[in-house]
Design a protein around this ligand. Structure first.
Ligand SMILES: NC(=O)C1=CN([C@@H]2O[C@H](COP(=O)(O)OP(=O)(O)OC[C@H]3O[C@@H](n4cnc5c(N)ncnc54)[C@H](OP(=O)(O)O)[C@@H]3O)[C@@H](O)[C@H]2O)C=CC1
Ligand SMILES: Nc1nc(=O)c2c([nH]1)NC[C@@H]1CN(c3ccc(C(=O)N[C@@H](CCC(=O)O)C(=O)O)cc3)C=[N+]21
Length: 296
């Protein structure tokens, strides 16, 4: 099959995220001047160790403080009991200095993640994972929207303008990425297909996509010849793989080198969706803090 050669352009999520964080920082400073004592606070809870979560937590803490917000970190041992984590969540719900709460997923097996997410005050649920926020998003009400999906759609709108009528294929159906990104694309009037591990002919589904979102968690699974020439590819995957020298490197869910000359636009890993997730977390924390303070 002959594929036309296309000049593939990179979507620079790192630069876009830096701009977004600067705008958030400026708004935090302005609101702090107008409303003495206004300082958004974000609490992050990490139970045990997960490589993806550690990358996230490391990058996040510094950027929260840089934006003029307070950062509270709670690192608990891997054998923490569910009841103790629930008690911490309840304490954070009650703490007026904390406007946003994020409990890193995945949680160890002895803890029921659904129960923990349900315990977070929906007004402080800056991850947008509480059923109240998921439900509000689904029916089209104002909601705190999951950060990674929000970041993906911001990048798409910035580069493509209107998404109306475009065919979007989302590979992955998790509550964290796949489902909410599909909801947001639907809201933008895309025609949305959600694919997963039981999808028949995944390459064939992907080849229909004007917008292809990869959120699978399998290194470079999506091959170059699955991509429709000129399509926009958003690679959410963060996979740590061994390098020849014994160290590790990050790769996405898309075979990035193969996509060159086929995709019209593509996000790199690192430097694509990852930095947007953190910037959107800060945006959600500011939104939550404003609502809790009765500002706007
Ligand atoms: N950049 C960022 O900011 C973030 C990155 N991530 C990364 O995104 C990726 C996905 O994360 P998450 O959604 O939490 O992952 P999950 O493991 O929760 O979900 C993965 C999804 O991919 C599907 N899947 C797995 N294997 C296949 C396959 N062979 N063919 C088709 N579909 C398949 C699964 O299908 P099924 O439901 O049928 O099992 C599932 O729906 C990970 O690499 C994660 O690290 C996550 C959050 C933020
Ligand atoms: N409750 C919860 N919410 C989450 O949003 C959540 C989670 N749990 N668990 C883990 C995943 C993973 N995730 C990442 C976010 C940013 C980067 C990130 O900043 N990546 C950079 C840096 C990578 C590097 O250089 O190490 C990049 O892609 O450029 C990575 C991973 C959020 N997640």
């Amino acid at each position: 099959m002959d594929t036309p050669h296309i000049e593939t352009r990179l979507i620079d999520g790192k630069a876009f995220a830096a701009g977004l964080r600067a705008r958030i920082g400026a708004e935090v400073a302005a609101l702090g001047a107008a409303h003495p004592g206004f300082k958004p606070g974000l609490a992050v809870v990490l139970v045990g160790s997960d490589p993806a979560s550690e990358v996230y937590v490391r990058n996040k803490a510094a950027q929260t403080v840089e934006a003029g917000m307070a950062s509270f970190e709670h690192k608990l041992p891997a054998d923490t009991r569910e009841e103790d984590l629930l008690a911490l969540v309840r304490a954070l719900n009650a703490d007026p200095a904390v406007n946003g709460i994020l409990v890193q997923l995945p949680l160890p097996a002895q803890i029921d993640a659904m129960k923990v997410l349900a315990a977070i005050d929906p007004e402080k649920d800056v991850d947008g994972f509480h059923v109240i926020n998921a439900g509000r998003l689904a029916v089209g009400l104002d909601a705190l929207v999951p950060c990674t999906p929000l970041g993906c759609v911001m990048l798409l709108k910035h580069h493509l303008g209107s998404l109306s009528g475009l065919k979007a294929v989302v590979v992955g159906r998790s509550n964290i990425v796949g489902k909410p990104v599909a909801q947001l694309l639907l809201k933008e009037d895309c025609t949305v297909t959600i694919a997963h591990s039981r999808t028949r002919d995944l390459p064939g589904e992907c080849r229909h996509a004007d917008i292809l979102i990869a959120a699978v968690g399998r290194p470079e699974m999506i091959r170059g010849d699955w991509i429709k020439p000129g399509a926009t590819v958003i690679d959410v995957g963060i996979n740590r793989v061994p390098r020849e020298d014994g160290k590790t490197r990050l790769v996405g869910d898309v075979a990035f080198a193969e996509a060159q000359g086929i995709a019209g636009l593509i996000t790199p890993v690192p430097g694509g969706v990852g930095p947007m997730t953190i910037a959107c977390l800060l945006a959600n924390t500011l939104t939550a803090a404003k609502r809790q303070a009765g500002i706007a």
